[in-house]
Design a protein. Structure first.
Length: 144
């Protein structure tokens, strides 16, 4: 379960930072709600989606434990930078993005059925339909 927390924390830390790299006033995302014992589900996913994602994540880590170690290291560095009030370096952000892409690919290899779940997570983190704001892109400017 710590793996899912690390993945979730990493996604929550990396996505807003990547989206607003020039905004150093981003507050750290809240931790798991009280009473959940550190087990943090992505609230916008169903229990079934969370379970399938966790299963694919566990399989991906079992197939490549080094990926988990690398992700934890980069996420710890991202968290330290965030807590210090300093934006993470472009190199660190690139490493985080690359590792998340590698993890997504590893989870897809372990269970291709997680593709729509990963798409839902990406949309949620990047403000796509159903995500923060949920309205998609702003309307095009009028010609007048």
């Amino acid at each position: 379960m710590k793996i899912l927390l690390s993945l979730t924390l990493g996604a929550l830390l990396a996505c807003p930072i990547l989206a607003r790299a020039d905004d150093s006033t981003n507050a750290a995302p809240p931790g798991p709600p009280p009473g959940e014992g550190g087990h943090h589900h992505m609230k916008f996913l169903t229990e079934a989606e969370n379970a399938e994602l966790q299963k694919a994540h566990d399989a991906a880590i079992a197939a490549n434990p080094t990926l988990d170690t690398q992700m934890k290291s980069v996420m710890d560095q991202m968290k330290e930078a965030h807590e210090s009030g300093q934006p993470p370096s472009d190199d660190l952000k690139a490493q985080a993005k690359s590792l998340h892409e590698q993890m997504d690919a590893a989870m897809l290899k372990a269970d291709p059925n997680v593709a729509p779940i990963l798409a839902k997570i990406k949309a949620h983190h990047h403000g796509g339909p159903g995500g923060p704001g949920g309205d998609g892109p702003p309307p095009a400017p009028s010609g007048t």
